[in-house]
Write a new protein. Structure first.
Lengths: 319, 327
């Protein structure tokens, strides 16, 4: 199948008073049409920055973003507008990502008015009602303000806004993290149904591994700005080559009380992404690190078919 | 007081709490009963607005005044009625016998006091000892929760989220409380840090014999930590039992729905089975079962009569009309 999106050597650095912050450092991946790439990692690993850079809310420091074969990093404003209508974003916090002074109707109509669709007011009303129906919002809420609605309904507004211009690609940045489990399941089902009916590709950013396992086709694990392991979903949960992925997966509390497994408890915390030292970024917390890990940075290599790992010792210790 | 009451460490009976605002009355807790033995870890599980935190605040008498009011019910801790004693006596208990870990470590520390001082403050208040001695103990506490003692004169902003939560835990445990109330202690943290904190809490419970009430919405965390579980919905307990009762044999439709909503890492399901609808507005609770509008097994009686919490087997009890005939 054809790649909808290809990211090549993407870097995003921020200048800070204490040095250069390497938020996203040389990340490459592809997403096929109608598929979902899950990006997992802990806070501060650069996953949100990666998402924002791809939808061009941030300019990359280096690297290419090919969308339908075209590099979108240096588009002129007219082409950029078109790209923006094809690639949308759903934000984490439905409490702060909506304008408190706009009604549900105005919120959903806004992208239709600004997206260059040239619709008259009746067309806009029809389209907004259609969108509200798609995401499961009752029409009686169209004149409500966000503060009158609960988190699940607010997130549905965010999804309706993202869908308004018929995008092909949506970056979902922790879309269900702020919601209760029963509502979370409703939203996940909705997003999967939309993918089936409209063939949208998702990049699904989350720290919740159970959610990412549920919704993704492929999964990339990020640590300090780098993808350290990437493969098909089932493969990742069957065997992990990177010690960080192993620790991350073992740390998830499971609801299966007969299977309380041995945890790998990592020492310490994520190190600073400002002017990182040479070598593997995980080395200081890694159980298997040796001298080489502290001096030479491992590359993302294919260890098994379609299973990429960035570790000098991948496969050399017992899994 | 009779003996059977004294064996229990904490007994809450038929607790009802309202929050009164200018234009409405919110029924946050609507008849909640708990009893806990010494050394037990009880998980209070429920969604936002279920009344979990309100119950915890009521135990410590920290309900916001004047909005929060206990309408009825009793809270008995070690044979003492916590509502009957005076403020000074309550201050003695708070922090020394019962202490609480709040959800958000970022806001529960004082930003302009060094962390060592925040820990030693509790010790000085409850144990008559010198400033120097208290500081020594504070440093010990920091070491115990895994933070180097020489960082005691640093300020909260110099620590990461996981470390701040460790400091909050150190404050809570400084006077070796008999009961620890942990309100979503790891919700704001990453999974690898969460695993560290949970491991630490388990060890502390083992070494110090502290009883714990763990408030959370994460059924995975409960599975790892708790002996008993109470599923809370709209201010009352819907199902209560041992870990095995709830996880292997959930009976209440809400409990079953909760388990259906979670993507499980060990099995592959294509679609989740969410619970339809929303939690009822706590200001306008229905007269019958609060779960009636979302329940797939509802009957006529559910609409008008609120079911009682009935014991099924051992301590496993369920609040549902539909189970009464089946059992």
């Amino acid at each position: 199948m054809e790649n909808l999106l290809a990211v090549e050597g993407l870097k995003k650095y921020f200048k800070t008073p204490r040095g250069t912050l390497h938020a996203v450092d040389d990340v490459s991946f592809t997403i096929e049409e109608g598929k979902t790439l899950g990006i997992v990692g802990e806070s501060g690993c650069g996953k949100s920055t990666l998402g924002r850079t791809i939808v061009q809310l941030l300019d990359p420091t280096e690297g290419k973003i090919l969308f339908e074969g075209q590099d979108v990093t240096h588009l002129k404003s007219k082409d950029m507008r078109e790209y923006r209508s094809k690639s949308q974003m759903i934000f984490q916090d439905p409490f702060s990502s909506l304008n408190p002074r706009m009604t549900v109707f105005e919120d959903i109509a806004e992208p239709l008015k600004n997206g260059g669709m040239h619709m008259d007011s009746r067309e806009i009303r029809n389209r907004v009602e259609e969108l509200m129906d798609t995401v499961g919002l009752a029409l009686r809420f169209s004149d409500s303000y966000p503060h009158e609605l609960d988190g699940g309904r607010r997130q549905r507004i965010g999804i309706a806004r993202a869908l308004a211009l018929n995008p092909k690609f949506i970056v979902c940045d922790e879309p269900v993290s702020a919601l209760d489990v029963s509502i979370q399941a409703q939203i996940l089902n909705l997003m999967m149904d939309l993918q089936d009916s409209k063939r949208i590709s998702y990049m699904f950013i989350t720290h919740n591994l159970s959610v990412v396992k549920h919704i993704s086709d492929d999964i990339g694990v990020m640590y300090l700005g780098k993808i350290v392991e990437k493969c098909e979903k089932k493969e990742l949960f069957k065997r992990q080559y990177h010690p960080y992925t192993q620790a991350l997966l073992s740390a998830i509390p499971t609801i299966n009380i007969d299977q309380l497994h041995k945890r790998i408890i990592l020492k310490g915390e994520i190190t600073s992404p400002i002017d990182p030292k040479p070598g593997c970024r995980f080395a200081s917390r890694c159980l298997y690190a040796d001298e080489r890990c502290f001096s030479e940075e491992p590359e993302l290599k294919e260890y098994a078919p379609n299973h990429f790992v960035a570790c000098h010792h991948a496969g050399n210790y017992n899994n | 007081m009779n003996n059977s009451v004294n064996e229990k460490q904490l007994i809450i009976e038929d607790l009802k709490i309202d929050y009164k605002t200018d234009d409405q009355t919110v029924h946050a807790v609507t008849g909640l009963s708990i009893s806990m033995e010494k050394g037990e870890c009880l998980g209070l599980v429920g969604e936002t607005g279920a009344g979990k935190t309100t119950t915890a605040l009521a135990i410590l008498r920290l309900l916001p005044k004047p909005q929060g009011r206990i309408l009825s019910g009793s809270i008995i801790f070690n044979g003492i009625d916590l509502q009957a004693i005076g403020d000074a006596a309550m201050r003695e208990i708070r922090g020394k016998c019962i202490s609480m870990i709040f959800q958000d470590p970022m806001t529960s520390l004082n930003p302009i006091l060094p962390v060592g001082e925040q820990i030693s403050e509790v010790i000085r208040l409850h144990e008559k000892c010198s400033k120097k001695k208290a500081m020594e103990k504070a440093v010990q506490m920091m070491e115990m929760v895994g933070i180097p003692g020489d960082r005691s004169d640093e300020y909260p902003h110099q620590f990461s989220g996981g470390m701040k939560q460790r400091i909050v835990i150190a404050i809570a445990l400084a006077c070796s409380p008999e009961l620890l109330i942990a309100d979503e202690p790891t919700t704001a943290l990453d999974v690898t840090i969460q695993a560290q904190i949970l491991e630490m809490m388990r060890n502390l419970k083992r070494d110090m014999g502290t009883s714990t009430i763990l408030i959370t919405h994460d059924l995975g965390v409960v599975a790892e930590m708790c002996d008993h579980v109470a599923i809370v919905y709209a201010g009352c307990i819907m199902e209560y039992g041992t870990l095995a009762d709830i996880y292997k044999n959930p009976l209440h439709p809400y409990t079953i729905g909760l388990f259906g909503s979670i993507p499980d890492l060990n099995s592959d399901v294509n679609r989740l089975k969410p619970i339809p609808g929303m939690v009822p507005d706590p200001a306008k609770l229905p007269p019958g079962c609060p779960f009636e509008n979302r329940c797939d097994r509802k009957k006529e009686i559910c609409k008008n009569v609120k079911p009682e919490l009935k014991t099924i087997d051992g301590i496993h009890s369920v609040r549902c009309h539909c189970l009464e005939e089946n059992v």
